[in-house]
Ligand binder design. Structure first.
Ligand code: ADP
Length: 364
């Protein structure tokens, strides 16, 4: 089966061609200002003559979409209705779907949602403790994101350990530009750090993650900032960038090595937040078989892995310094032999997971 995967982001379009689960071609278009045009380019470049289906990444599927979904007009309308919850992402995802439908008429189009994996999160984790009527009327709930990555990485982790995913508990740490943690119980998401939007939880490149919600009222009432300005502050000018001026972990690590205090503090805030989620998810899961790092920072930044799990020996969590800093790439174990939980690095591959889920849906 030949699948084209389209991952339209706010500023880039990633694509891949897969034959029977193997990558045969792919690419990345950056600094995209017109997603429709970028997708047209992909469809002219890629050999899409005999594709069986197109798999689209869609960021927000609300509470309705719990699995990959064959796209028809009603599904498009539902994705459109979710735009207010993902104003940067769902519109570009929709634009990509519309062009692909136009240019590849008759080819099944499948939506794979970032939120779908998290629909198994129990109410005790999915609900915010606010007036239930207000919450319900306005769709205020924990949706969670990066689901495709957490699903792929947690299942790969189980396989790396020679275990059945359905019997394995994993804490997955997706640390990219955006970052989120997920408590995977028996192969299913049971808690995750992102919430209504991808702003909550871990410290990110330019997003604050958790802050006291009263910070927003204070900045509005006392500092006179508009809500748009506060939105911009928390999403674009916070996180590592807000703390030290650089949003790229490579720069933060380099400056910290040189003794830069702001970079060292940004690093500490970033790693402490991860440690807090590891502790919280350890408590929620009760038994943790593995802790897995993934995405740009998680796969490459040994100092982050070391610092965020330091001092947790009482929980059995130990990182082997030589394994952690080895130049190795790919799926690997970085805890000492026999340690439990096992600490792993597993490179994420969202496009492959989208291809596999698309193929699975068609085969049904
Ligand atoms: P996205 O969330 O956009 O998919 P990635 O998962 O590719 O992003 O992560 C990008 C981030 O990973 C970069 O901003 C950078 O901070 C970090 N990163 C990439 N390579 C390294 C590295 N060698 N060392 C430390 N951090 C890295």
């Amino acid at each position: 089966m030949k699948i084209l995967v389209l991952n339209c982001g706010s500023a880039s379009v990633k694509w891949g061609l897969y034959t029977d689960g193997k990558s045969v071609d792919g690419g990345l278009i950056e600094r995209v200002t017109d997603c429709s045009q970028a997708v047209r380019e992909v469809l002219f470049t890629a050999d899409v003559s005999d594709v069986d289906a197109v798999g689209h990444r869609v960021v927000h599927g609300g509470l309705r979409f719990t699995a990959p979904t064959l796209i028809d007009d009603a599904v498009l309308e539902s994705i459109t209705r979710l735009v207010p919850l993902a104003p940067l992402h769902n519109p570009v995802n929709l634009a990509g779907i519309k062009i692909a439908r136009e240019m590849l008429p008759g080819v099944p189009q499948v939506a794979v949602f970032d939120t779908a994996f998290h629909r198994t999160i129990p109410p005790a984790q999915a609900m915010y403790a606010i007036d239930v009527e207000v919450a319900q009327e306005n769709g205020i709930a924990r949706y969670g994101f990066h689901g495709t990555s957490h699903e792929y990485v947690s299942h790969r982790t189980a396989e790396l350990l020679g275990r059945d995913p359905a019997q394995t508990n994993v804490i997955t740490l997706h640390l990219g530009n955006g970052a989120s943690a997920c408590a995977v119980r028996a192969g299913r998401s049971s808690a995750t750090s992102m919430g209504l939007t991808p702003l909550e939880g871990l410290v990110m490149g330019s997003r604050s993650g958790n802050v006291d919600p009263a910070v927003v009222f204070h900045l509005h009432r006392v500092a006179g900032m508009s809500f748009d300005a506060i939105d911009d502050l928390l999403n674009q000018r916070s996180g590592l960038k807000g703390l030290c001026g650089d949003n790229d972990m490579r720069e933060v690590l380099r400056r910290r090595e040189e003794g830069d205090e702001a970079a060292a503090l940004a690093f500490d805030v970033y790693c402490d937040r991860i440690k807090m989620y590891v502790g919280a998810y350890y408590a929620l899961l009760g038994r943790v078989d593995a802790i897995t790092f993934t995405a740009g920072v998680g796969e490459n930044a040994a100092p982050v892995r070391e610092a965020s799990l330091s001092g947790l020996e009482a929980l059995g969590i130990v990182v082997d310094p030589a394994r952690n800093t080895a130049a190795e790439r790919g799926e690997r174990i970085i805890s000492p032999d026999g340690a439990s939980p096992v600490v792993c690095v597993v490179p994420t591959d969202e496009e492959l997971e989208i291809a596999n889920q698309t193929a699975e849906l068609l085969a049904r």
